[in-house]
Design a protein around this ligand. Structure first.
Ligand code: FAD
Length: 395
């Protein structure tokens, strides 16, 4: 296994349950993966499937949300005008505690080598050779699962032609302790907020802090300022404390002029060391398995986060892999079945992410004229096949 994050921990469990005699996980980061205290959301139905499959459970701290409230700026009205409300049966998680729980589920018999970056992946006639470091000796494995994220080395070996594609806009992400939120009574805990504006939106919800309290978590999507010197052709992200001044200025401008005062103030409460930027990329590998190389999670497919299904997709890959390894007569048949099932599902999530990106960022509707009926109709058009939150595990 290359990568020991969400997909890597889950796939290590899948390989173990699927009968692998020995499992080794190589994770570049030393020690525990350092989280940024931000969150993710998981659809209740997808959670139930993953719980039944034995990959998640109620001991992972979560917060239940119920609805999505859509707001547009309206003069000085604190929250703006509420356009409408859609159901939002999602649990929210804090990435760090979720990862730590998954890490604990990696069987003790698996060797987890932290602080070990895989530098080359070479397929040989009877296996795959991985090298760690420029001079280190290679090690041979029967199968290699690439759970090494969107810049995957295993994917480069399996599908060299695949390149993540920059979508033309950014996600500013931030989170802070809920005690710092002004007037929390204006915004119920179970509401997820979409504060929309021409050319983008911010999605805001609370997440557990993992210690019994809550954090305020938000992601704001819009195009970068036109005078930004940075280019995003190569996949990258900008960690806290590294943002160019123009990116701070752009965020402050949006918060002050495009969001209603309450949501703008919320974004402004976030400090520079709680703020980072992820340019939006997407891609899908044509195959989830190629010979002895297997892909899982973001290494295989990155769908834009509007789909609300990135972590779910990674966990589903693992459960599907386990099912194929236990249900098929040999490893070749298992990987072929895994490829067929997951490549189709991954592709459909990427397409959904692109459609949602168009509707929510690239070609936004006239929010100021929209009402509840208009919102429902518009959402049906952009979500189309109903994949928001992830596809059913069996499909
Ligand atoms: C530290 C961290 C924090 C994150 N926080 C959030 C969050 O708060 N909210 C959210 O929605 N998503 C977060 N993500 C992303 C999220 O985990 C993924 O988008 C999604 O869940 C799919 O996970 P993944 O395991 O496929 O990919 P990733 O989570 O990107 O994991 C890939 C892993 O592979 C390792 N790796 C890469 N190359 C090599 C190599 N050559 N050798 C060895 N190891 C390698 C990386 O260090 C990383 O741990 C985070 C990812 C990381 C790594």
């Amino acid at each position: 296994m290359v990568g020991g994050s969400i997909a890597g921990c889950a796939a290590a469990l899948a390989a173990h349950r699927g009968g692998a005699a020995e499992v080794t996980v190589f994770e570049r980061a030393p020690g525990h993966l350092a989280d940024r205290g931000v969150g993710l959301a998981m659809h209740n139905d997808r959670y139930a499937e993953l719980e039944a499959a034995g990959y998640v459970d109620a001991s992972m701290p979560w917060l239940q949300l119920g609805r999505r409230c859509w707001y547009v700026r309206d003069g000085s009205a604190p929250l703006g005008r509420r356009i409408g409300v859609l159901p939002f049966p999602f649990r929210t998680y804090n990435w760090g505690p979720l990862w730590r729980e998954l890490r604990e589920r990696v069987p003790g018999s698996a060797e987890f080598r932290s602080g070990t970056a895989v530098t080359s992946v070479e397929v040989t006639p009877d296996g795959v050779e991985l090298a760690m470091g420029p001079d280190g000796p290679g090690e041979r494995f029967d199968l290699v699962i690439g759970a090494d994220g969107y810049r995957s080395a295993v994917r480069t070996a399996a599908c060299p032609e695949v390149r993540p594609r920059y979508a033309g806009y950014l996600a500013w992400r931030g989170a802070f302790a809920a005690e710092r939120l002004m007037a929390p009574e204006l915004w119920p805990d179970e509401d997820c907020v979409y504060a929309v504006f021409p050319g983008g939106h911010v999605i805001i919800y609370r997440i557990p802090d993992g210690r019994g309290g809550l954090r305020i978590n938000w992601v704001l999507y819009t195009a970068p300022p036109p005078d930004l010197a940075l280019r995003f052709d190569n996949p990258t992200s900008l960690p806290p404390g590294t943002l160019a001044e123009t990116l701070h200025t752009r965020l402050a401008h949006i918060a002050d002029t495009r969001l209603a005062p309450y949501w703008g103030q919320l974004v402004r409460t976030t400090t520079a060391d709680e703020l980072f930027v992820q340019p939006m990329y997407d891609f899908t590998a044509p195959h989830y398995a190629n010979g002895r190389l297997v892909l899982a999670g973001d290494a295989a497919t990155v769908a834009r986060p509007h789909t609300g299904g990135g972590a779910v997709k990674a966990l589903q890959d693992a459960t599907a892999l386990e099912k194929c390894l236990t249900g098929e007569p040999d490893w070749r048949a298992a990987l072929s079945a895994y490829d067929t099932g997951r490549a189709t599902s991954g592709r459909s999530m990427v397409e959904l992410g692109r459609r949602l990106g168009v509707g929510l960022v690239e070609q936004t509707p006239d929010w100021s004229a929209m009402d509840q009926g208009g919102l429902e109709k518009w959402w049906q058009q952009v979500d189309g096949s109903g994949g928001f939150g992830g596809r059913r595990l069996t499909s």
